[in-house]
Design a protein around this ligand. Structure first.
Ligand SMILES: O=C(CO)COP(=O)(O)O
Length: 248
């Protein structure tokens, strides 16, 4: 089944207010590609201003706390993100799994919080290079799915992002064959975990997506869009990725 593609940018810990100048051209490209969904996930500090600057462009956050509110100094809840008018929250990014020691169980409770706030979770999974070299990539990703996908996930509130850790920020990407194999495995796992919603949940590929490889990667079966890091920081690089995906 061909699903409507989503091309989402993850700005990570990049961008001060000056970066908002990129959003105009990105919003224009999104408007010119009505067959796709496009989104930008800037740092928390820019969400409000990004929504004001580009009201037509869906905006997301990169993390949230699992609780709705309370004594958690420095944390941000999904409810607060929803209150700003955002649409998406990334959960379980490998950088948080590594830097903040987030477990599958942590990621699942965060995903629950995102769904409860009426937002869409972009839930990230992916193996390290050592795990791939050991022939364990499928097992690792399948285990992450088992432990972190919320059973209440539907096509409307859940997106999976397959991001092999070794492809993030490295300029290296898996072969088209490896991407097809992993996305097929993730699809089968979604079918197992979510029943009839499984075939409709989008599976994004992330890791060194650039203008020159976007068309090839986005054409792979079961690749329903991209989660783009570095190349989403400027319209000059992100707009060609939107256009290449829309042209498929
Ligand atoms: O981690 C990523 C998106 O979440 C991918 O980052 P890069 O596109 O910079 O490799």
């Amino acid at each position: 089944m061909a699903l409507r593609k989503l091309v989402a940018g993850n700005w990570k810990m990049n961008g001060t207010r000056a970066a908002l100048a990129e959003l105009g051209a990105i919003a224009d490209a999104a408007a010119g590609a009505p067959s796709l969904d496009v989104a930008i996930c800037p740092p928390f500090t820019l969400i409000d201003a990004a929504i004001a600057q580009a009201p037509s462009l869906p905006i997301g956050a990169q993390d949230c706390h699992h609780a709705e509110k309370g004594a958690h100094t420095g944390c941000i809840s999904a409810t607060m993100i929803a209150d700003l008018g955002a649409t998406y929250v990334i959960v379980g990014h490998s950088e948080r799994r590594a830097d903040q020691s987030e477990t599958d169980a942590d990621v699942q409770t965060k995903a629950w919080a995102v769904l409860a706030a009426g937002l869409t979770a972009i839930l990230c999974v992916g193996e390290t290079e050592a795990e791939r070299d050991a022939g364990k990539a499928g097992m690792v990703v399948s285990g992450q799915m088992q432990g972190s996908v919320p059973p209440a996930g539907t096509a409307d509130n859940l997106v999976i992002a397959y991001e092999p850790v070794w492809a993030i920020g490295t300029g290296r990407t898996p072969s088209v064959r490896d991407v097809a194999e992993m996305h097929g495995l993730i699809r089968a796992k979604l079918d197992e975990l979510l029943g009839e919603e499984g075939p409709r949940v989008r599976i994004l590929y992330g890791g060194s997506v650039k203008p020159d490889n976007a068309a090839e990667l986005m054409a792979v079966p079961n690749v329903d869009g991209a989660l783009v890091g570095g190349a989403s920081l400027t319209a000059a690089l992100f707009v060609p990725i939107i256009e290449a995906t829309a042209a498929l």
